[in-house]
Design a protein around this ligand. Structure first.
Ligand SMILES: C[S@@+](CC[C@H](N)C(=O)[O-])C[C@H]1O[C@@H](n2cnc3c(N)ncnc32)[C@H](O)[C@@H]1O
Length: 353
């Protein structure tokens, strides 16, 4: 059965093993970095395959379909390392450097990217640290693989790229962030607009849904002295780890919870306040307003009667009907540029429709 249709990069990644260009290792297995689930993983057995994924919905999908997990802090080397590189180039370079480090002597790296997501530059990058690659184009994607490796072709460059996505100060030193997380090198304009409109009387126990590196939680705690606890929910573990660092100065003042969690699956709790700049993309580029609508429904369920949601969204995203259906009262507080800030209050009766 197809676990997920339409992931052509995943399909193309496995093509060299299907068409016989490459042999699957007879022992030692394979490490799959930024692994995604989908029917290509189930078209035949891939002995010893271990999957690493820091984005919770994708990690959950792999787990549900019975794939074996690999954790980022492991060091075992494999005769084969598969990579689906992320779009952000520094993050992708760091991942290639890690792929080289996790490749056993004589092993190979195989990577795949869609043509419109940097296939050529990805191939050139892998070549720079791992030497000549062979490649195959299909499905508007490019799969490329190294010769058997004995360490990096350029050790100095590999060491440099291993740090390419390292955490660092951003926004004039106010936050620690790293390439690849949402709006990694700045304060997102929509989130800033929401922060500027947060009323100072928000109080009690708050949740931050899709917390990123923690910007909105920091603003909430800074602007609203009555907030005594914040639970941050974020699907990308790399972002959540940064949020822990950015929120550390508030640990004496408020109880803090950090949850590596897929918000679309709901959250436990009864909150007085929810702040949210919901995601509107999944792994592709297409708008996915259904995800934002699901965040709104989850916020409504997680709020106490009378609890307040403060949300920012792109103006063109159609969230009004969900807000009206789930909340007793919803109003647009501000519209600026492409964004709208909304306050929605859960009705005292407690129904979320
Ligand atoms: C628009 S960004 C907002 C980030 C942060 N709150 C800010 O204001 O800068 C949305 C965040 O939601 C996260 N996200 C995406 N899908 C998610 C899901 N299903 N569950 C939880 N978080 C998710 C993304 O990783 C991203 O950090």
């Amino acid at each position: 059965m197809r676990a997920e249709d339409g992931d052509v990069a995943l399909e193309t990644l496995f093509l060299p093993f299907i068409d016989g260009s490459l042999a699957w290792p007879s022992s030692g297995g394979a490490l799959f970095l930024r692994a995604r689930d989908g029917w290509p993983l189930h078209q035949r057995a891939w002995p010893g395959l271990r999957c690493e994924q820091s984005f919770r919905p994708a990690a959950d999908a792999l787990e549900r379909s019975g794939m074996t997990r690999a954790d980022e802090d492991e060091t075992t080397r494999f005769p084969l390392v598969l990579v689906l590189p992320p779009r952000q180039r520094d993050e992708a370079r760091a991942l290639f450097a890690r792929a080289v480090a996790r490749c056993a002597p004589g092993g190979r790296i195989v990577a795949c990217l869609a043509n419109n997501e940097g296939a050529r530059s990805g191939e050139a990058d892998l070549e720079r640290i791992a030497g000549a690659v062979a490649s195959l184009s299909k499905n508007k994607c490019r799969v490329f693989w190294t010769a058997p490796l004995d360490g990096p072709a350029d050790a100095a460059l590999a060491a440099q790229w291993a740090q390419a996505d390292a955490p660092r100060p951003v926004a004039e030193g106010r936050f620690i962030s790293r390439p690849g997380v949402f709006a990694w090198d700045r304060i997102d304009a929509a989130s800033r607009l929401l922060a500027e409109h947060l009323p100072h009387d928000l109080a009690g126990h708050a949740a931050d849904l899709g917390a990123g590196y923690g910007y909105l939680s920091v603003e909430l705690l800074t602007r609203c002295p009555g907030i005594r606890a914040v639970d941050l929910y974020e699907a990308e573990r790399r972002a959540l780890d940064l949020a822990r660092v950015n929120l550390a100065p508030f640990a004496d003042r408020a109880a803090l919870g950090f949850h590596w969690h897929d918000v679309t699956r709901g959250v436990d709790g009864a909150f007085d306040v929810v702040v949210c700049n919901p995601p509107f993309h999944a792994q592709g580029r297409a708008d996915r307003p259904d995800i934002g609508r699901r965040f709104i429904a989850v916020a409504a369920q997680a709020l106490k009667p009378g609890g307040r949601l403060w949300l920012v969204a792109n103006r063109h995203l159609p969230y009004e009907s969900e807000l009206d259906a789930r909340f007793g009262r919803a109003r647009i507080v501000a519209q600026e540029g492409a964004f709208k800030v909304v306050e929605a209050v859960r009705s005292q009766q407690g129904s979320t429709a």
